[in-house]
Design a protein around this ligand. Structure first.
Ligand SMILES: [Mg+2]
Length: 147
């Protein structure tokens, strides 16, 4: 069994909900909040740790939802914006897996290694996860403790 670590994005590593009027933008099918969301974690520390863990054999992934009510076109724009965000803020990380799926998709059903670790700000996602799930507190400290 492969050791794997997955991250949610919105509310976990990206402060989408800290963007003023974020919901109005989403309702208007404007992907701007996904672009301007500030990191919630020290990105230098996160990148360094992820690169080290990956070198030690860990599988590193993203599993993130699209906006709640989006057209196919908006979903495409949000997907592209999320990938751009990752490239911008975690440029040195070479993800093994990036899964961006419709809102509400059970995360444990769409990743390669659902017995791995998930960091996610939403309680239902953590409860449904089949591996070990953590909230957004102490991400760096938890990663430091992994071997
Ligand atoms: Mg989230």
């Amino acid at each position: 069994m492969k050791n794997a670590i997955y991250f949610d994005m919105d509310g976990t590593i990206a402060n989408l909900y800290g963007v003023e009027n974020w919901l109005d933008y989403l309702i208007a099918s404007d992907p701007t909040p996904y672009k301007v969301a500030q990191p919630l974690v020290n990105m230098n520390s996160l990148a360094r740790l992820l690169n080290r863990l990956q070198a030690e054999g860990w599988h590193i992934g993203i599993v993130s939802w699209l906006s709640k009510s989006g057209t196919a076109e908006y979903n495409e724009a949000v997907t592209a914006t999320k990938v751009e965000w990752l490239n911008r803020h975690l440029h040195s990380v070479n993800w093994n897996e990036v899964v961006i799926v419709p809102y509400g998709t059970p995360k444990q059903e769409v990743v390669q290694f659902a017995t791995g670790i998930l960091f996610d700000d939403e309680i239902p996602n953590r409860n449904n996860w089949t591996g070990t799930a953590y909230d957004v507190q102490n991400i760096i400290e938890i990663l430091k403790g992994l071997r």
